[in-house]
Design a protein around this ligand. Sequence first.
Ligand code: M3P
Ligand code: FE
Length: 313
Amino acid sequence: MAITGVLKSAMAQLRVLDLAESVKFYTEIVGMNEVCRTADGRVCLKAYDEFDHHSLTLRQAETAGIDFFAFKVASDCLLDKYAEDTKAFGLACEFIPANSDQPGIGRRLSVRIPNGHRIDLYADVEMSMPHPMIQNPHIWREKPRGVGVRAFDHGLLAGPNSGETVRYFMEVLDFSKVEIVKTPDGGGVIATWLSCASRLHDVAIIDMPEELAGKLHHIAYSLRDWDEIGKAADVLAVSGVVIDAGPTRHAVTRGQTIYFFDPSGNRIEVYAADFAYYPDMPTREWDFSELTWGINYYDHDNKIKPSFLGVVT
Ligand code: M3P
Ligand code: FE
């Protein structure tokens, strides 16, 4: 196996205001499958093209937002190394026992990173149904419903101390810096796209003020191509879902995209057709003045909705 260390971003737990309404939204419109419910009433979901037990957990709460963002690593013993390296970096971390609050998931190393987010790392994951076929596999078991998202893809985490946050991902977890957006004066970095393996990005970090520590800009699920993005836009429109941006293409990452809100106001992206990352690539750099078309390639007129840059949960 050539890919070692952190394999991929793989899971998030989101807070929602009305669990029943949210489960309906994520299963019927987004097209995910419910895998299980926990004793304390949380709901675990997966996309149709995922082998892993689940990639999204929904928890009923008073406020929307993200509880944690998680990565799958190549082997369980790596977690001990990451715990040591995390402490040496100067951050606290703790182990969460297997199968405690996340069914089907092995022990997790949980770290509060400098932008106020909690990230979890784990290696051992059970499969759950429905997973992609293994023997003589068809492209799906059942025709995907609704938007028909394929698999968890990435997240954009907002908060302060983005420089230290990126340094943690690079120095302790061996992520690569794929693209950056510079500050208006060109002297600093406002956003960084990070890859741990072959995805163009597994997580992106955007600098926001202290009071937005731990806030989520979006999590993204993958689709295959522009055709699937177009069909997703139709499904969202027919279903009356609030679209925040798109369908369009990013020039940053080149991904084709739609952003929309779940019923609690958490922003979800569907994302397709970016390029593959290899560690011999130079970091691509964006001037702040070019960010509008970097985000929305077909907008050279600075028409991004204020909500896109302003709303986080
Ligand atoms: C993406 C992506 C912002 C840029 C977002 C970009 C909020 O979501 O997947 O490349 O500035
Ligand atoms: Fe994104």
